[in-house]
Design a binder for this molecule. Structure first.
Ligand SMILES: NC(=O)C1=CN([C@@H]2O[C@H](COP(=O)(O)OP(=O)(O)OC[C@H]3O[C@@H](n4cnc5c(N)ncnc54)[C@H](OP(=O)(O)O)[C@@H]3O)[C@@H](O)[C@H]2O)C=CC1
Ligand SMILES: CC(=O)N[C@@H](CCC(=O)OP(=O)(O)O)C(=O)O
Length: 317
């Protein structure tokens, strides 16, 4: 199988390359750094490949798709360009058995955004089970490492930002304060919520890792479930999943400060869900590596499914 990563020198592309290069079941096509934007070279490699990963800004991803004329080339896009497009399959296999099957057969797969992955993993099972009414006004907060902003943000942080004692980048920074983050359309569509959530991300002075949190008021949920019922709905939904786990009920009853360290899943393709709080107020949390299950790892997992290979090949759980 021939595989090509368009954008292989960027943050997500490098992460995919690193995972693919460890394997001997794939023929990984490569472009030199000097030629990375050369249209002729890219068109040739994209149309030669069985699988093309696009790790580009949205506009460049749209252009790249238009340059693929080989009907047998299948595409996995990491950008925001196609995540709610009806011709594309959302690359989150843990949504359902049907979703996994659709990914297996798809010619075009869009990898979820990192914040959206955490949000959807927490909310989708609760809407599906009826516990969370579709009209509930959901809010979400997310802490992320600065690599989520790609090369540009990494450069800002590492060219003095973090080491400069006067720089505000040494401290957590809320962003998307217009409450219009680009992941909102997929967050609403994939969960089937009636309204977009209120979503507030915060970027911090560590490289990678993230944790999203959603508070819920149980008296506003269907049949006023207790903490244990909410936990059970999530745990049932991900039973048997290799990369998504729900921490055991007893393990989160006495959660200690620091237990939600956003970097604890780094280097893995795993996402961990926590159900905390009490029977009145529940706090859901989902932790993952924005460069793992939040982008490069998720993209490789989708490729494995599309090629009928072991879903975890090249990935750490
Ligand atoms: N970083 C993350 O955690 C996540 C990123 N994503 C998404 O993945 C995509 C890639 O992001 P990321 O890796 O962070 O971005 P980077 O900025 O780190 O990398 C993008 C790469 O694409 C190259 N590039 C830009 N335009 C073109 C073009 N027209 N043709 C060929 N190459 C091009 C860039 O080169 P140059 O720098 O020279 O312009 C760079 O090497 C984005 O759409 C992003 O939103 C998704 C989930 C998480
Ligand atoms: C820190 C930071 O800026 N993070 C990015 C999210 C990265 C991601 O999920 O990628 P997509 O851009 O492909 O959606 C952001 O919030 O826009």
């Amino acid at each position: 199988m021939k595989v090509f990563v368009d954008g292989q020198y960027g943050t997500t592309g490098l992460g995919i390359h690193e995972r693919l290069n460890k394997r001997n079941d794939l023929d990984v096509l490569s472009i030199s750094e000097g030629n990375k934007k050369d249209l002729g070279n890219r068109i040739k490699l994209m149309n030669e490949a069985d699988i093309v990963f696009l790790c580009l800004p949205d506009e460049a991803a749209r252009e790249a798709v238009s340059l693929i004329t080989n009907p047998n080339t299948r595409v996995i896009d990491s950008s925001t360009a196609f995540r709610t497009h009806h011709d594309w399959t959302y690359g989150l296999p843990e949504l359902s058995a049907l979703q996994r099957k659709e990914i297996a057969n798809a010619a075009r797969v869009s990898v979820p955004g990192c914040h959206a992955t955490a949000f959807v993993l927490m909310i989708h099972p609760l809407v599906q089970s009826g516990i969370l009414p579709r009209h509930y006004p959901v809010s979400c907060h997310s802490l992320t490492g600065y690599s989520g902003g790609g090369k540009t943000l990494i450069e800002q942080y590492e060219s003095g930002g973090i080491s400069d004692p006067n720089s505000s980048l040494r401290h957590p920074q809320h962003y998307s304060l217009s409450l219009n983050h680009k992941h909102l359309p997929e967050m609403k569509k994939v969960t089937d919520l009636a309204f977009q959530p209120v979503f507030l991300p915060t970027v911090c002075n560590f490289y990678n890792g993230m944790v999203g949190t959603v508070p819920l008021v149980t008296r506003m949920l269907t049949d006023r479930p207790g903490l244990r019922e909410i936990h059970a709905a999530l745990a049932d939904s991900y039973q048997g999943e290799r990369f998504v786990s729900v921490l055991p009920f007893d393990a989160v009853r006495d959660i200690s400060p620091g237990a939600l360290d956003p970097t604890a899943c780094n280097g893995t393709n795993g996402a961990e869900i926590f159900v905390m709080g009490n029977n009145d107020h529940v706090l859901l949390a989902c932790r993952l590596d924005n460069l793992g299950k939040g982008s490069s790892g998720a993209a490789v997992q989708c490729m494995n499914i599309m090629l009928g290979l072991d879903e975890g090949a090249g990935l750490n759980s």
